[in-house]
Design a protein around this ligand. Structure first.
Ligand code: JFZ
Length: 414
């Protein structure tokens, strides 16, 4: 989304170039909510883990006590970046401040932060920024600019505070904007500011956007700043469009059913499902921001590490068909057993369901490209596959078994 205030198309495209190339990022929801991990006073609290303060209506004074127990001594920024890189993820977005208002970075605007209020006493975002720089991974920050259940002027907490007495504009100007300046200055270069929920009014959203633009023109602003002012469109949680969408967009998604860690949520998606979801999203023109919720000890849960390792293995062999590709140039029926991504002169056909009769029918190809060759992406000799036309459709002869049961990529070259 190009903003009429400052960005001309060339400037916007230059800023978005790395993001459009990257396709796959790691979302990290990490904060005090990892301490209760979905349980409060012996009761399992339903819903996503980072909302426990809201769902259990925990008074600020009680919730603040969690900070004294938050000591993630196993946190290792280099290890987290290694896991993301091995998974084939090109950027990381981590919660700097979620709705509970706890700041995971060193800020002078409240002592309610990980450096001052916990026995840990370190700044994990600073350590992560250094590790990302070393490894060439882009780093962005999730920042809850609207909901803040700790700050008296933040929105959302009507069990400690009287909503009628809140002054949100004061919160935004005297707290949010100065903290954004801290993040954009002390942790530069910040690749993305991932706003959430939307900003109450278009005027305040525009004020926030102008503030970020002024401080860090190359920082991408997420769609959830609201009012169509983001640099790209953010889908709903785990929402994948059923067709191609023009422009830049991203699906934020969970690996299980929560963003913040819950000790009893083991509903992990399989590596195969993650790979096929990535392919589906990229074939429609989007990015896939896949979440991990580290524990209160500072570790990414072992099942996540295993799943991401498998995803990375597939991407290591097939990354050419994902990174830097564009959405499919051909119309593919939603129930087709394949998805397509593209680069100039190449169509990557991701075969997700292997044909039983030795023939793969690819619909509506004839209008978009003249095919000279067809071959398996992972075939080192790139030996040709036989194919013929049937009207607009291309029929490719394929062996009885796929090369990869999750996604075998066939390249159609013009
Ligand atoms: C928000 C947060 O409330 C949640 O805790 C998590 O951080 C998630 C990534 O973002 O949840 C939302 C916000 C917006 C939509 C859905 C869930 N939406 O617009 O559909």
């Amino acid at each position: 989304m190009v903003d009429s205030i400052e960005e001309i198309k060339e400037q916007h495209d230059k800023k978005m170039a790395w993001w459009r190339e990257a396709k796959f990022g790691m979302f990290i929801h990490w904060g005090l909510y990892a301490v209760p991990a979905g349980v409060w006073k012996g009761r399992c609290i339903p819903g996503i883990g980072e909302w426990i303060m809201y769902r259990a209506r925990i008074p600020v004074k009680e919730y603040e006590e969690l900070a004294k127990r938050f000591n993630p001594v196993k946190f290792n920024a280099k290890e987290w970046v290694r896991i993301a890189k091995e998974a084939g993820m090109r950027y990381i977005i981590i919660t700097a401040k979620h709705h509970d208002g706890f700041c995971m970075f060193d800020t002078k605007y409240t002592d309610y932060n990980i450096v001052k209020a916990t026995p840990f006493g370190r700044d994990p975002l600073k350590e992560l920024a250094e590790a990302c720089k070393e490894e060439g991974i882009k780093l962005g920050f999730y920042y809850s600019q609207t909901l803040d259940w700790h700050h008296p002027d933040g929105l959302g907490n009507d069990w400690d505070y009287d909503p009628a007495k809140k002054d949100f504009t004061r919160y935004l100007r005297e707290y949010v904007k100065p903290q954004l300046k801290e993040l954009l200055t002390n942790y530069a270069p910040v690749a993305v500011i991932w706003f959430d929920i939307g900003t109450p009014t278009p005027e305040l959203a525009r004020e926030l956007k102008e503030w970020v633009r002024k401080l860090s023109p190359d920082t991408i602003i997420s769609g959830r700043i609201g009012h169509g002012l983001g640099d790209y469109r953010e889908m709903g949680d785990n929402q994948i469009p059923d067709h191609k969408i023009e422009g830049d967009w991203e699906t934020p998604a969970t690996l299980n059913d929560t963003w913040g860690y819950k000790s009893y949520d083991h509903n992990w998606k399989s590596p195969g499902r993650i790979i096929q979801t990535l392919v589906d999203i990229v074939s429609k023109g989007g990015n896939y921001l896949l979440n991990v919720g580290p524990t209160a000890e500072g570790e990414i849960p072992e099942p996540c590490v295993r799943i991401l390792k498998d995803v990375g293995r597939w991407l290591k062999a097939n990354g050419e068909s994902i990174y830097g590709t564009t959405a499919s140039p051909i119309e593919t029926p939603p129930d087709a057993p394949y998805r397509c991504t593209a680069k100039p002169g190449k169509l990557y056909v991701h075969v997700l369901g292997w044909p039983w009769d030795g023939e793969l029918r690819i619909f509506n190809v004839k209008n978009s490209m003249k095919i000279k060759r067809a071959y398996f992406l992972t075939d080192p000799n790139r030996g040709g596959l036989k194919f013929r036309w049937e009207g607009e459709d291309l029929i490719v002869d394929v062996p009885e078994k796929p090369l990869d049961p999750i996604d075998t990529v066939i390249v159609l070259e013009s």
